[in-house]
Write a protein that binds this ligand. Structure first.
Ligand code: NI
Length: 136
């Protein structure tokens, strides 16, 4: 009997989407306004889902307080109110798209969450655009 525990967190961050190997025209064509040189911001919602068996001693799959603290310490502190391209090492050479932010977040969290639990992240970049990653 597996149950999924979900925690939603929030951060604001700036980014710019572009490919250094392309000229301005090609970048404009592919990324449009997301390529504007002075960056723009998003209000991101990050939903972290952990799936596993209920521990009969606690009744928890994972203590949500512990999950919350892990997300805040390792993801929110790193991304919130930062410029992802300039301030976050992982995005120095990786385009900070929603897809890549989800993958980087998953990679960081996977190292902090017990291996017995399955992990999935859902990242909302806008209310209507979101991505999911399960490490596959
Ligand atoms: Ni954007």
């Amino acid at each position: 009997m597996k149950v999924t525990v979900c925690r939603k967190e929030h951060f604001n961050a700036a980014h710019r989407l572009y490919n250094q190997e392309w000229n301005d025209e090609r970048n404009d064509e592919v990324f449009g306004k997301c390529n504007l040189p002075n960056y723009h911001g998003h209000n991101y919602d990050l939903i972290v889902k952990v799936t596993g068996e209920i521990d009969p001693r606690t009744g928890f799959v994972m203590d949500t307080k512990v999950l919350k603290d892990i997300i805040r310490e390792h993801i929110i502190e790193k991304f919130d109110h930062h410029n992802l391209n300039l301030d976050v090492e992982e995005f120095r050479t990786l385009n900070p798209t929603a897809e890549n932010i989800a993958v980087i977040s998953w990679d960081i969290l996977r190292k902090k969450i017990p291996v017995s639990l399955e992990l999935k992240v859902v990242l909302f970049e806008t209310e209507r655009n979101f991505v999911e990653y399960t490490g596959e």
